[in-house]
Design a protein around this ligand. Structure first.
Ligand code: HEM
Ligand SMILES: Cc1cc2nc3c(=O)[nH]c(=O)nc-3n(C[C@H](O)[C@H](O)[C@H](O)COP(=O)(O)O)c2cc1C
Length: 469
């Protein structure tokens, strides 16, 4: 046992201890690795950081990133009276005001506006931010708008069926909740509310490795017969990740994706500026030359394994599971072709424009595959995400060959309104998909094909949009 008073003496970047859930940790060596920046942890140096930690992270984060050497042990006693506790940074907005607003929300864009008004600036920035000038994040959305439909009329349309099979499981709609961390910044209960909403609406949630809720909490929140898929970040200690995948399999997860576009954290200046605004600027004599630059800038994702190549990654995954495997972060047709060769599925994504500024939108990669390697669509289930905000975007992606379409930010913004918010977002998208299909002249997803869209405007839109960004 160590006393709280002893912990309270370790308050500098040369010796930084924090208490989380009555246990003390020496996080000195982790400070420079922390993607949220060292200053956010230093604020709690010598103190109890439980509330702040839990407002963003799940307990899984601790065992994955803080080893036994850094675990000091259980604490006892009271904090010295001189310690002024730091308040957790991210307090979600007023829930009762939110309820009444929910019913005026008509589309995903409305959710974003409401979230920007209800959330404090930092959580909103965390969700919204893209890398550098955010051109890729903006282009993701605009690229889908450049595609036009080619509707067929005078076709008898009865019931429009939006259901589809994705990687072996039947879902009520072809879109799903992409893995996106930070759910507890939107709502204190976190991502389990997405799980519950997905269960009630029959859609897929692809559970995030960095969710604020633990894998077990997500699993326990499942509805009857609900199928979840799991997103993997491979850790330097691959045994930790292997155990996590095995636990997911044992508790019934039916598909996996390995995210490969994030071995470093993209430079997200929107977040960095708010971090600077909240930090204490170094005084004379303080040699913190990188002040303000950590927490977003080229920080290696802590403990993320970056040595995989195609053969070793797929062999390692196949050594653990025969279930469907998707590689998330495919950004050119050549890598989609490699997925096909290695018997895995490509997820065309640039991480919502949060990683590599200048990356193509999933639509561009989809069209490249169509042009140079169309057999990918026969041998693999192609998944896309990035900038999808409308049922029309979803139908365009499906017409061009996607089997599943993910949305990240949309559901984080909706989560500000808790489970009813996420359910409303799902229902809005379902209605939009249904209307789009009926107006196109199709009544089931399998009837969609590239003849229903015209993507010839993409190049022009790219030139015009980039000129204005
Ligand atoms: C002391 C133990 C802590 C550990 C092991 C830890 C670990 C991590 C890890 C692994 C990430 C990256 C998540 C990702 O890949 O998306 C992260 C990000 C983050 N952490 Fe922590 N963290 C700790 C403490 C804290 C505290 C006390 C806060 C205060 C609220 C905090 C706030 C954040 C934020 C806001 C991010 C997001 C950064 C970004 O991607 O822009 N963390 N942390
Ligand atoms: C706040 C936030 C956190 C994210 N965290 C992860 C993550 O932990 N793992 C991952 O594979 N993708 C992550 N993503 C990327 C999403 O899975 C998805 O690719 C992206 O959000 C799609 O773009 P959209 O937000 O425009 O829909 C994150 C995205 C956001 C916005």
């Amino acid at each position: 046992m160590i006393t709280r008073s002893e912990v309270s003496k370790h308050t500098t970047k040369d010796s930084c201890w924090v208490i989380i859930k009555d246990c003390a940790y020496d996080v000195t060596d982790f400070l420079d690795l922390h993607p949220g920046g060292k200053h956010i942890i230093l604020k709690y140096a010598g103190q109890d950081a439980t509330d702040a930690f839990e407002s963003f992270h799940s307990e899984d984060t601790l065992y994955k990133h803080i080893g036994s050497k850094q675990t000091i042990g259980p604490v006892t006693g009271a904090m010295p009276p001189t310690t002024v506790p730091t308040k957790p940074i991210n307090q979600p907005g007023n829930a009762s005001e939110k309820g009444s607003r929910l019913y005026s929300i008509l589309n995903i864009g409305d959710f974003e506006v409401a979230a920007s008004e209800v959330l404090p600036p930092k959580p909103f920035a965390f969700f919204k931010s893209g890398a550098e000038d955010e051109r890729t994040a903006t282009w993701n959305q605009k690229s889908w708008q450049s595609v036009r439909f080619r509707p067929r009329v005078l076709k008898p349309i009865g019931v429009v069926d939006t259901s589809t099979r994705l990687l072996g499981t039947e879902f009520s709609a072809p879109f799903f909740i992409s893995p996106a961390g930070g759910g507890k910044l939107a709502h204190p209960t976190g991502e389990i509310l997405m799980t519950k909403a997905a269960a009630k609406e029959g859609i897929l949630q692809w559970v995030c490795n960095n969710a604020g809720c633990s894998q077990k909490q997500m699993t326990d929140a499942r509805g009857p017969n609900q199928t979840l898929y799991w997103q993997i970040y491979a850790m330097t200690d691959l045994e930790i990740t292997k155990r996590e995948i095995k636990e997911a399999i044992a508790s019934g997860y039916k598909g996996f994706t390995l995210t490969v576009d994030a071995i470093k954290v993209g430079k997200r200046e929107r977040d960095m500026r708010l971090n600077i605004a909240e930090s204490v600027v170094p005084g004379p004599g303080d040699d913190d030359e990188d002040f303000g630059l950590s927490g977003g800038i080229s920080v290696t994702r802590p403990n993320v394994y970056s040595k995989f190549d195609w053969v070793s990654a797929v062999e390692w995954l196949r050594g653990i599971t025969d279930l469907p495997i998707v590689i998330k972060g495919i950004q050119c047709w050549e890598d989609a072709a490699l997925c096909m060769q290695h018997g895995v599925h490509p997820w065309l994504s640039n991480h919502g424009g949060r990683q590599l500024e200048g990356a193509p939108s999933a639509l561009e990669t989809l069209l490249e595959i169509r042009q140079y390697c169309p057999e990918v669509f026969d041998k693999c289930e192609v998944i896309v995400d990035g900038g999808i905000t409308r049922g029309t975007d979803i139908v365009k992606a499906l017409a061009l060959g996607a089997k599943g379409v993910g949305l990240g930010r949309a559901f984080l913004f909706a989560l500000v309104f808790g489970e009813p918010g996420v359910r409303r977002a799902i229902r809005i998208l379902k209605q939009e998909v249904e209307t789009t299909m009926a107006l196109l002249g199709v009544s089931s997803i399998d009837q969609l094909n590239p003849s229903y869209v015209d993507s010839s405007g993409l190049l022009l839109a790219a030139a015009v949009t980039r000129a204005h960004l």
